[in-house]
Ligand binder design. Structure first.
Ligand code: ADP
Length: 585
């Protein structure tokens, strides 16, 4: 470890050591050996480096560099934890929920730096000065939005654009919810981007694919709106600085329909970043670390919310309320109530996905639909709960079982592919792909950084790395490459994502199994995102969009439709709430 100290400080410290006769430098009064110290640790995406500046009696400054942490998740920990450590003069503080690996790595790196200074980090107790008395605040706005995920932020931007005074409350310390984790892209049909690329697609096929993928359980009216408004949503995203200019195949889609950022970057963090930038530009406040607890009803109308925060409790009086709290895939107790067999599954969900909006909605009479429709995603790396995007298969990867054999058309809908994996011995599989795919899909870099990818220069080498039988794996890949060349997969009838074979070294494998992913059910809404009560009547002033709602995805959500859902219905919620507020004035 590099250590930078001025000669004078060393001399001064040495004198003081001699004077008080202590071996260690963090004595009971918290005195340090002044200087700058560095420490490192392994983060989620690579090395985390901490630089700690100490003066004789306090931690002056901590800077952390961790460029490879997941954007919008680990990056939030990199930004927030150092400041909190300095303010509390301690390392053992609460990590950022949802970014545990990054938070722990930051603490480790700071601990290592302090060790360099002869300081035992565990001896530093968080100072009590931060425990101030909680305030009670009352706000008055046109629209309060609960949840700063994709739907909430989109709704806020549209409501603001329509002239409303808007505030968002978010229970976590960061925005993005499950939306920031979306890696695939956004489904949209008959878009300006598709036209430019010469891709033929239409709204009707999008509707049919979504209905078929959802086993026709979906609310067709909602699906039709999503499909119809998807093209204008793509243009709107471009207009706010978030163009999705590449289009690819994804499971369950007849045509190339999944739109993503140029270069194949993960769509979620890209959009969340753009939304946040726009919120800032539009001066829309997000009150973080603040959990909405109830919807206030007055004269049968939703008239605000009550929320509890770290530093303050709020009564937010509003002329309309938009619930955008996401799903309940992080609430095992709730989802196992509907699907007991999912007990013990890993979840890909952000920790805020606990179904609060559904509970708050039900408390004011809202109806729910399809609560038992819970999607498991077929390709989740189990030790990290990291979801491997469908685009990996869409771009040409195959799945092989522990016998190194293919066993399914990899691009069937998520429920079918998951079921087919579960049927295999020990219920896991490997995704197999090559360098050409990696070069064309930057999402793969995250998986490599996270250490979940095995690689080798040859298929035989990859077999060795994974413990698969080399001869069988070679035959499987050769057979697949022939199917690609002949554009015919006679084994499993796959007919999409066959534009590239598996032949360019390096070769890669990721071990995956299914995990809880999306809760398709939720609050019942109409096509204007108005929340309906159990008698089918609109609850005045209450709107909902995104994963908190049910009906759009039916019995199975197609990859790329979560983003379409939150952008399209988030926009409608913002616009409809604005109309409602204006009409009431
Ligand atoms: P979507 O974009 O479909 O609405 P997300 O999961 O992306 O779904 O976003 C939902 C957001 O709502 C998350 O950031 C989550 O932390 C937040 N949230 C959930 N419950 C509450 C609550 N009670 N109060 C405030 N925010 C909440």
């Amino acid at each position: 470890m590099k250590k930078i100290m001025t000669f004078l400080l060393v001399a001064a410290m040495a004198m003081s050591l001699i004077a008080c006769g202590k071996k260690e430098n963090n004595d009971a009064s918290g005195k340090f050996k002044a200087g700058t110290y560095e420490g490192t640790a392994k983060g989620f995406g690579g090395e985390i480096k901490a630089t700690v500046k100490l003066s004789a009696d306090k931690i002056d400054e901590i800077t952390v560099v961790g460029d490879k942490e997941t954007e919008g998740v680990g990056s939030v920990a990199v930004k927030n934890l150092p400041t909190e450590m300095v303010s509390k003069q301690a390392v053992e503080i609460d990590g950022v929920s949802g970014a545990t690996v990054s938070s722990n790595a930051i603490k480790e790196a700071v601990t290592a730096a302090l060790k360099e200074a002869g300081v035992d980090a565990s001896s530093l107790k968080a100072s009590a000065t931060t425990e101030t008395k909680k305030e009670t605040k009352t706000l008055d706005v046109d629209t309060v939005i609960v949840g700063a995920g994709g739907a909430g932020m989109t709704a806020a931007l549209e409501a603001k654009a329509a002239g409303l005074n808007v505030v968002i409350v978010e229970k976590m310390s960061m925005a993005g919810g499950n939306s920031v984790k979306a890696t695939g892209g956004m489904n949209a049909a008959a878009t300006s981007v598709q036209k430019k690329l010469g891709i033929k697609d239409d709204v009707k096929t999008f509707v049919n694919d979504t209905m078929e993928g959802g086993h026709n359980v979906n609310d067709k009216k909602l699906v039709t709106i999503m499909a119809k408004d998807s093209a204008s949503a793509i243009d709107w995203l471009a207009s706010i600085g978030a163009p999705l200019d590449e289009v690819s195949f994804s499971g369950g889609a007849t045509n190339k329909r999944i739109h993503r950022p140029a270069g194949g970057a993960a769509v979620g963090s890209y959009l969340v970043k753009a939304f946040q930038k726009n919120l800032e530009k539009e001066k829309i406040e997000v009150i973080y670390n603040t959990e909405a607890k109830e919807v206030i009803m007055k004269d049968g109308k939703a008239s605000g919310i009550k929320a509890e925060g770290k530093d303050a409790d709020y009564t937010i009086n509003a002329k309309s309320v938009i619930l955008a709290t996401g799903g309940f895939g992080a609430n095992e107790e709730l989802y196992t109530k509907y699907r007991p067999e999912l007990k013990g599954y890993v979840t890909t969900n952000a920790p805020g996905a606990t179904g609060d909006g559904i509970v708050m909605g039900e408390e004011v009479g809202a109806a729910t639909v399809d609560m038992d429709q819970i999607q498991i995603h077929p390709t989740v790396e189990q030790s990290t709960s990291l979801l491997v995007t469908e685009s990996v298969r869409g771009e040409g990867a195959i799945l092989v079982n522990s016998d190194a054999k293919r066993f399914t058309n990899e691009l069937l809908t998520r429920d079918v592919v998951s079921a087919n994996i579960i049927k295999q011995k020990d219920s896991y599989a490997y995704l197999i792909f090559d360098q050409d795919l990696r070069d064309n899909l930057s999402a793969v870099e995250e998986y490599v950084e996270a250490g979940i990818v095995k690689q080798a220069d040859s298929i035989e080498g990859l077999a060795k790395e994974t413990g698969l039988d080399a001869a069988t794996l070679k035959t499987t890949v050769d057979t697949w490459n022939k199917a690609v060349a002949n554009k015919k997969d006679s084994e499993f009838g796959r007919d999409t994502g066959m534009e590239r074979n598996i032949s360019k070294k390096t070769f890669y494998a990721i071990k995956i199994a299914p995990g809880v992913h999306h809760t398709m059910g939720g609050l019942k809404i109409n096509t204007s995102t108005e929340v309906l009560n159990t008698k089918g009547k609109v609850i005045d002033g209450l709107f909902a969009a995104g994963e908190v709602t049910g009906g759009v995805h039916g019995g199975n959500r197609i990859g790329g439709n979560a983003v379409a859902d939150f952008v399209v219905f988030g926009r409608i919620a913002g616009e409809t709430a604005a109309k409602y507020v204006k009409a009431a004035k």
